[in-house]
Design a protein around this ligand. Structure first.
Ligand code: ZN
Length: 375
């Protein structure tokens, strides 16, 4: 199968506000880095397109979309609109990313689904904005492109869709959007809401309310999760899911904020761990539709998604980062928040595994999940 990267340099000018965690370059950096590393051919890139109004309406309310569009046109929101739609806040600021960036990222997720349905493999690194609700912005997300990708699949007759979310944060917008839907199973591994955003969602006990009660699996984890724990939980989780649900198709969200370098999460994964997770999902389920997600350390993100792309396009992973690649990474304007030696990020593409023990509480969580899911 041919692999395609759905991407665009248009994102370069569609950034969040200068003080926002998402002010960083992501898709454009990935493109630059892959090209510098000679890991991407021009014909492998599918230029991103905007989502149509009809596609946006698959998940979002008309009035919310109108409010977003108007806020973009006017460059301001009233207090009423701010409160009603959670727009123009520190969390979800007005910026070119809000409407134009979100519409492009969402069109790209629909493109990824279309490519998949044509028998190709597609990765949309701009996608995976899993927090947005039908009628409000939430957690840096304005348009919920994974939910729209799932709706698009349903419209085309898919009756059993599995959504897997590897982002460090729970996929509340997607979960709640399909909570009563028998055709969709949502499975998420994330930091426990006891200490991490979104705080009110992502508990083990949230199981879904469709006829097929139990079509939702949350595995909320403690701080400091290492590669071994993450892979343990993913493997157990997939086993449980596949015992009760037979997916025709799946959508995978590949947020990179679980990486140790990422300052917005307390997980300690290496990009090796994330790569192994990607492999594990594909080994268990075959091919799916691949989306990006959170990720606030631009260099960690570009390195991790470069690995995903190598895997998807069947390329051998280069050991070293070449001088061109190093140049691209070192030109990123990003200030580290932690005083740690991060020089390895410029030398090797693949991190050394961050292994460790699987803690008892992690094992117990899987046992509790199993008991709940089969009860
Ligand atoms: Zn996240």
């Amino acid at each position: 199968m041919k692999a395609k990267l759905v991407a665009s340099y248009a994102y370069r000018s569609l950034r969040y506000t200068p003080n926002h965690p998402l002010r960083i370059p992501r898709v454009s950096l990935l493109l630059d880095f892959l090209k510098a590393m000679e890991l991407l051919e021009e014909e492998e890139v599918v230029e991103s397109r905007n989502a149509s109004w009809e596609e946006l309406r698959l998940f979002h309310t008309e009035d919310y979309l109108m409010a977003l569009k108007r806020a973009d046109e006017e460059g301001r929101v009233s207090r009423e609109i701010r409160e009603r739609y959670n727009l123009g806040t520190m969390e979800n600021p007005l910026s070119p990313a809000m409407w134009k960036g979100s519409v492009l990222a969402t069109g790209s997720s629909v493109q990824a689904v279309q490519l998949f349905l044509e028998g190709k493999l597609a990765f949309n690194p701009a996608g995976g904005m899993h927090h947005a609700y039908p009628d409000k912005a939430h957690g840096f997300c304005f348009i919920n492109d994974p939910a729209i990708a799932i709706k698009y699949l349903m419209e085309r007759g898919s009756k059993a869709i599995l959504y897997i979310d590897l982002d460090a944060h729970h996929c509340d917008g997607v979960q709640d959007g399909f909570y009563q839907e028998d055709r969709v199973f949502t499975f998420s591994i994330h930091q426990s809401p006891e200490y991490a955003f979104p705080f009110n969602r992502g508990f083990l006990e949230e199981r879904g309310e469709g006829r097929g009660k139990g079509f939702n699996l949350n595995l909320p984890l403690p701080k400091g999760v290492n590669d071994r724990e993450f892979l343990y939980v993913l493997e157990k989780g997939l086993e449980m899911v596949l015992d009760v649900f037979k997916p025709e198709v799946y959508v995978l969200q590949l947020g990179t904020d679980g990486l140790k370098e990422d300052y917005l999460s307390k997980f300690e994964l290496s990009n090796w761990g994330l790569l192994m997770a990607f492999r594990l999902v594909r080994e268990a389920l075959g091919e799916g539709i691949y989306l990006g997600g959170g990720g606030y350390h631009p260099l960690a993100l570009a390195r991790a998604w470069a690995l995903v792309w190598c895997e998807l396009s069947n390329r051998q992973i280069p050991e070293q980062i070449n001088s061109e690649g190093r140049k691209v990474l070192s030109e990123v304007n990003f200030e580290e928040f932690e005083e740690e030696d991060r020089s390895y990020m410029f030398e090797r593409l693949l991190d050394r595994p961050r292994e460790g023990e699987v803690r008892t509480e992690v094992k117990k969580l899987c046992e509790r999940a199993k008991a709940l899911l089969y009860s």
